[in-house]
Design a binder for this molecule. Structure first.
Ligand SMILES: [Cu+2]
Length: 131
């Protein structure tokens, strides 16, 4: 993960000399003042308002529809074969509504609406409705 994170920051700043503390890529992207509607936050120390899970065997999101209040966090857990990506066919989505394969990520929603996402390889869909 270090090399991936470094790619988001500065290639030139990625020497692994052990003495440099690089800022976390997600923290940089979601710095205070960011206008992002859906942003990844650390799962550490928080209790998500809802959880969405997909497993290799499921070929669906469980649950497919989630409802939260604005400002709350949804924890997504994906598997090796399924991911989460903004659904271009949905009435509303957000570039930040994205979780890679085989990951656990906490996404904070800071605007109301029904946000659509889908699994890129398989096309099954899910929504988070923010009230
Ligand atoms: Cu899939």
């Amino acid at each position: 993960m270090r090399s991936l994170a470094c790619a988001f920051v500065l290639l030139a700043a990625c020497s692994d000399d052990g003495g440099t503390t690089l800022p976390d890529a997600a923290a940089t992207i979601d710095a205070p003042g960011s206008t992002a509607t859906v942003m990844e936050v650390s799962c550490t120390g928080i209790t998500p308002a809802a959880m969405v899970v997909t497993t290799d065997a499921s070929f669906s999101y469980m649950p497919a529809a989630t409802t939260i209040s604005v400002g709350q966090v949804v924890r997504f857990t994906t598997s090796t074969s399924h991911n989460v990506a903004p659904n271009p066919s949905a009435a509303k989505t957000d570039p930040g509504l994205a979780v890679g394969f085989n990951k656990t990520a906490c996404l904070k929603f800071t605007a109301t609406g029904t946000f659509g996402f889908f699994c890129m390889p398989h096309g099954f869909v899910g929504t988070v409705t923010v009230n």
